[in-house]
Ligand binder design. Structure first.
Ligand code: BGC
Length: 505
């Protein structure tokens, strides 16, 4: 498993092989994605199970079964949405704590904490006897996700050689999508296990957490994190073994230089906000996550079964359709694993924006024309909508999904990396929360218009990728400022007085 990375002229000129150790460590870390994905996929199915609704949300159960209930509004219930979304609020707060843990205790320990929180959440949820236990469990799961999503992408981006960073980092997204798919399949079967199928669904989340917790005992800490915490010799040794070559002096010196710069920065959060030269990374890292969520992807991920039932597909058919979208999501992510270091980040983002725009507009048009207040949509159109949603998911899966995590984890200099990445993760969580909390109400109020709402966002994000986002393919992670930002047609102006600013911070 040794491919020597030669210089590609674009930047990745530190000698390195793609070692088995790097692949193994990246895969184990990516189990954090499995936890996250399983949770995303399980919520939608569980909240459409009758046993679950009857136990915790009897009013929604009643509404759902009232024959002439308004199609667009039958699941609109704030408490039900709070079940899905409380996790994301907790994840925001916890990813802030996790950014300190990443710096102080390292990426590996932070991942172990993630697994521990997640396991506690799983026990509370699977054993829940009332809504409070359910929400408390969601809060612990949120802590696990906050810690995991903060540590895993940083870990992979730091441990991977520049040339393979994109592909390895996308493994995180790959496991998110596999997690969602497994959850959809589990829901498909447990929905027929009465009355406790939902407990099996929620309890299943324990497996990915166990994989991450046990697997993390086998992985090494990133050389950057070791050197950053003063363990320079260990860091040099780790660099040699992870790179699979002895000639790591140049990269080592680069990391030491980056950590020395980082040590001068006592307040990374203040530095990020006050220093002009931090704004380009901060803006691009956070806006990418906002955009990722405003593609509308989680409407499909959380509410696909609900959405398909709204269109008149039966309960089983809707869960099955969710399994189909889940499989397409996972399979299409492979395009990103292999394409991201080949085609670059921007090309994927732009191509996919066009594809997603077309499908959102068509879905909106079909629902506007055929789904009235109480009817079911004619079957051919229901299937066409499922198909269009698959096209949408496909585009997302090889672009805004993985790159929403990859790019923010690679664009910050070391001194602001965990803090900057915290802003990105928390923006993701806040926007996921907003969508999870608001979607059913928006569907009820805006009806088919909601799809045009997301389409408008896609136009904005596509333009952003065309004009403002720099390409980061193949550039060593600690050289982004010099090679990317300072050379960008727009962002370079933020670096004009960098030295003066540095002296002040
Ligand atoms: C997003 C999730 C989304 C998932 C779908 C992830 O990158 O952060 O919110 O549900 O992709 O595959």
């Amino acid at each position: 498993m040794a491919v020597l990375a030669d210089s590609d002229g674009g930047g990745s000129d530190f000698p390195a092989k793609l070692t088995g150790q790097v692949i193994l460590c990246s895969l184990i870390a990516a189990f954090g994605g499995l936890m996250f994905g399983y949770d995303i996929g399980i919520s939608g199915g569980v909240t459409s199970m009758d046993d679950f609704l009857l136990k915790f949300f009897p009013s929604v159960y009643e509404k759902k079964h009232r024959a002439k209930e308004n199609n667009y509004c039958k699941y609109d219930n704030q408490l039900l949405q709070l079940f899905t979304s409380s996790l994301y609020l907790s994840a925001v707060v916890c990813s802030w704590a996790a950014s300190f843990c990443c710096k102080r205790f390292g990426r590996k320990r932070t991942m172990q904490m993630a697994a521990a929180f997640f396991l506690i959440g799983v026990v509370l949820n699977a054993a829940a006897v009332n809504i409070y236990m359910l929400i408390a469990g969601r809060i612990c799961l949120g802590a696990g996700i906050g810690f995991g999503n903060q540590a895993v992408p940083l870990f992979i981006s730091e441990i991977a050689p520049a040339r393979y960073r994109g592909g390895l980092n996308v493994c995180f997204q790959m496991l998110i999508t596999i997690g969602i798919l497994i959850a959809n399949v589990v829901n498909y079967f447990t929905s027929n296990v009465h009355p406790y199928g939902w407990r099996i669904s929620l309890g299943g989340a324990g497996f990915p957490a166990l994989f991450l917790g046990l697997g993390s005992l086998l992985i090494v800490e990133t050389p950057t994190s070791l050197i950053e915490r003063g363990k320079t010799e260990e860091g040099l040794r780790a660099l040699k073994t992870t790179r699979g070559v002895d000639d790591v002096q140049k990269e080592y010196e680069e990391i030491v230089r980056a950590t020395e710069n980082a040590k001068k920065v006592k307040h990374p959060f203040r530095n990020l906000i006050m220093k002009r030269s931090s704004w380009p990374q901060l803006f691009c890292g956070t806006i990418l996550q906002v955009f990722q969520q405003f593609t509308g992807i989680n409407v499909v991920m959380f509410y696909a079964p609900v959405l398909f039932q709204t269109m008149g597909l039966g309960g089983d058919a809707s869960l099955l359709s969710a399994v189909i979208t889940g499989s397409i999501n996972a399979a299409s992510t492979l395009v990103a694993v292999f394409g991201v270091d080949k085609f670059g980040r921007r090309k994927l983002l732009i191509q996919a924006a066009i594809q997603m725009l077309i499908s959102q507009v068509f879905v909106g048009a079909i629902l506007a024309k055929h789904l009235k207040t109480t009817n079911a949509i004619p079957m051919p159109f229901a299937y066409l909508t499922v198909f269009l949603i698959c096209v949408f998911v496909m585009g997302f899966a090889w672009s805004w999904g993985p790159l929403g995590w990859l790019i923010p984890s690679e664009i910050f200099p070391l001194e602001t990396r965990p803090a900057g990445f915290f802003f990105a993760v928390s923006c993701n969580m806040i926007c996921t929360f907003i969508i999870a909390q608001a979607f059913l109400t928006m569907l009820c109020q805006m009806r088919a218009g909601i799809f045009f709402f997301f389409a408008a966002w896609i136009v904005v994000m596509g333009s952003f990728a065309v004009f403002l986002l720099p390409e980061t393919k193949g550039v060593p992670i600690d050289e982004m400022n010099e090679r990317v930002w300072k050379k960008h047609w727009f962002w370079h102006r933020f670096f004009r007085n960098e030295d003066e600013e540095h002296a002040k911070c």
